[in-house]
Ligand binder design. Structure first.
Ligand code: MN
Length: 204
């Protein structure tokens, strides 16, 4: 279902009259960027995004990553997101899909350690993360009970020099690596910067 890069599900779920998330019209075929959104929707979760062939392959991780290789963290595959979503930070408005503040919790590069397209088919991706907060080698392993509608994966730390060090979390490292803001600060700003800019531009 999600083997091909496809933004139709992403676009179907959103009303771009109401949210200032990117529409994802242009699709540059770039790979290699990595980022994580910290997103306080119905529940706080981490959205891992790996840029692959022009879209962001995405997983929602309720508990976030762990540097302990013995800990397996559930990572629910979500729809491919447009490439420019990696720079989105703001408050998704009430009644919109994923309503709540979302900040750029980490960003950097990732390097596939195995053939990435084959990895998707096999259900086992190995990659190195070179982020500001998160580093080192990781595996994503697709669970057998996944079906077409819902793919459950596990995010696991591989053994390397970062294994078993202190994991960055929403508590010990809560701020955006892009703007330094926390979710609380985002929430108290009623409108995202883009919406404020839009308003100013239309009013003047
Ligand atoms: Mn999310």
């Amino acid at each position: 279902m999600r083997q091909e890069s496809d933004l139709s599900e992403y676009q179907r779920k959103r009303n771009f009259q109401n949210t200032d998330e990117p529409e994802g019209v242009k699709i540059p075929k770039k790979s290699g960027d990595y980022m994580i959104h910290l997103h306080d929707a119905r529940r706080l979760h981490f959205d891992l995004r790996l840029e692959w062939k022009g879209v962001l392959k995405s997983w929602a991780i309720p508990k976030g990553p762990s540097y302990d290789p013995k800990v397996k963290r559930l990572a629910v595959r979500t729809e491919d997101h447009p490439d420019d979503y990696k720079s989105y930070e703001g408050v998704i408005p009430d009644k919109s899909y994923g309503a709540g503040p979302s900040l750029i919790w980490d960003a950097g590069n990732f390097i596939p350690l195995d053939d990435f397209d084959r990895g998707f088919k096999k259900g086992h991706l190995r990659f190195r993360i070179e982020g500001i907060k998160l580093k080192g080698d990781w595996s994503l392993i697709k669970l057998k009970e996944s079906d077409e509608k819902k793919e459950n994966w596990l995010l696991v730390k591989e053994n390397d020099e970062y294994a078993n060090s202190i994991t960055p979390t929403h508590e010990n490292a809560p701020e955006s690596v892009a703007t330094g803001r926390t979710l609380e600060e985002l929430k108290t700003e009623k409108k995202s910067l883009k919406q404020i800019l839009k308003k100013i531009l239309f009013l003047n």
